[in-house]
Design a protein around this ligand. Structure first.
Ligand code: AVJ
Length: 319
């Protein structure tokens, strides 16, 4: 088998159609809302990588600490021959897992970004020449058709990205994962944990304004892809902690009245002064909640690892 194969299960025009649908629905409803996946064009992915280096943004460092400390235990507990990584992006933290998983034969990175997949595969293959990489261009939110790969398989969903889904979406997502797992397979799930607002809010509203630029980048994406004329300077970046629902929300707040034309949709969108557009939910978790959501999907939490400061958790769960 050739060491690198790429399969596209996402039609080339599906992304464009989904953006059109999300923008036309999300910007005409009240309150206005967009899903966070539209942050990640090349510039947005670059800004996110910059966020992970900010002093205020602890999740990436905390998760890396856990992966380094626990890779051996994860390997022993799973004996994985295949690692499937959802939303792999640049696969930056994956190397810690690959270094620990001595039984690993096949790595399946899954991402909506083909350029991210190709780049990541190249780097990882250079470091692990005996590994077969079968990259999948797919949107894992819509079910997951795993390629034929030897078991046991470990499905990893890292970074706390599951927090971008609302609770009912998480239930559907986890049930879909469960449906794709056989006896002996496992799920490795990264979740950011509930903590003091004084730590959470700056992580999403950093002093240098990188997160603000990341948030506003979604307007640039819409301008380019849908021929719109948003001025990002017409909006303020807002990050707030919803203590009842235990999630961070990012919003864009119109500084004054805004009218924007979206030519590709033949649509004019208006904002009143102060009106907000929700661009992201980033839910924070507790062990009991994670255990409950996994159990509801038919998955048993077998391991719970946190960083030394207890900011972030990795869960291992089995069918
Ligand atoms: C990549 C979804 C895990 O929610 O913390 C970072 C994205 N948003 N700063 C997160 C993000 C603002 C990030 N995830």
């Amino acid at each position: 088998m050739s060491p690198f194969v790429l399969t596209r299960t996402l039609p080339l025009d599906a992304t464009a159609a989904a953006l059109r649908a999300d923008v036309s629905e999300g910007l005409t409803r009240s309150p206005k809302e967009l899903p966070p996946k539209w942050f990640y064009d090349a510039r947005g992915s670059e800004l996110f990588d910059e966020i992970t280096l900010l002093p205020e943004y602890y999740p990436t460092r905390a998760e890396r600490e856990i992966l380094i400390a626990r890779a051996g235990e994860i390997a022993a507990a799973t004996g994985a021959r295949t690692l499937v990584e959802l939303g792999s992006g640049s696969s930056d933290k994956t190397r810690h897992l690959l270094d620990g998983l001595s039984s690993l034969e096949v790595y399946v990175p899954v991402d909506v970004s083909e350029s991210a997949l190709a780049g990541a595969a190249e780097t990882l293959l250079a470091e692990h020449p005996s590994l077969t990489v079968h990259a999948l261009v797919a949107d894992f939110q819509y079910g997951l058709a795993l390629p034929d790969a030897p078991g046991p398989r470990l499905v990893a969903f890292l970074g706390g990205t599951i927090g971008n889904l609302l609770p009912p979406e998480r239930a559907v997502f986890l049930a879909g994962i469960r449906a794709g797992l056989a006896e002996g397979d496992a799920l490795l799930l990264g979740t950011d944990l509930v903590k003091d607002e004084s730590v959470l809010v700056p992580a999403y509203d950093d002093a240098r304004g990188v997160t603000a630029a990341f948030n506003k980048n979604v307007l640039t994406v819409i301008n380019r892809e849908l021929e719109a004329d948003f001025d990002p300077d017409d909006f303020d970046h807002v990050a707030l902690w919803d203590a009842r629902r235990e999630w961070i929300e990012m919003r864009l707040r119109a500084r004054g009245p805004v009218v924007a034309k979206i030519q590709a949709l033949d649509l004019a969108v208006t904002f009143e002064a102060g009106e907000e557009l929700r661009t992201e939910v980033s839910a924070k978790f507790r062990q009991e909640g994670v255990r409950r959501e996994l159990a509801a999907a038919g998955l048993d939490l077998t391991h719970w690892w946190t960083d030394r400061e207890g900011r972030f958790a990795l869960s291992l769960a089995v069918p």
